[in-house]
Design a binder for this molecule. Structure first.
Ligand SMILES: [Cu+2]
Length: 120
């Protein structure tokens, strides 16, 4: 048991060495529109990604993957709140889409994710 606590202590110490700003945490997605797995109707989709911390919008990316696999880069809206990455996607044919996001948070860490959604 003692060895276990010693290992746990060493691992947590290493974690804080590797993440000096861990208290700021990196950007984790809090909510998204569309939500993962959602079905939206119409060919215009307002994309709203809300993170738990401020993000560096200039170094964050939004890419839409079409049902046929074609990638479409989206330009994030510049007037969004500091913890949001927003864009308007227009002319989306019906089918299964993926929204790929990659953000740089203010602590310098990159996080990314993939939100599948369906256009009806
Ligand atoms: Cu981080």
């Amino acid at each position: 048991m003692r060895a276990f606590f010693r290992i746990a202590f060493v691992l947590s110490a290493l974690w804080f060495l590797a993440h000096p700003n861990a208290s700021q945490a990196h950007a984790i997605i809090v909510s998204s529109s569309p939500a993962a797995g959602a079905t939206v109707s119409g060919d215009t989709v307002a994309i709203r990604l809300h993170f738990n911390s401020r993000i560096d919008r200039a170094r964050s990316k939004l890419t839409l993957l079409a049902p046929d696999g074609a990638a479409r880069a989206l330009t994030p809206a510049s007037d969004a709140p500091a913890d949001e990455l927003n864009a308007d996607a227009t002319r989306l044919p019906a089918g299964a889409w993926h929204l790929r996001w990659q953000v740089l948070s203010v602590d310098g860490h990159i996080t990314r994710g993939d939100i599948p959604f369906t256009v009806h």
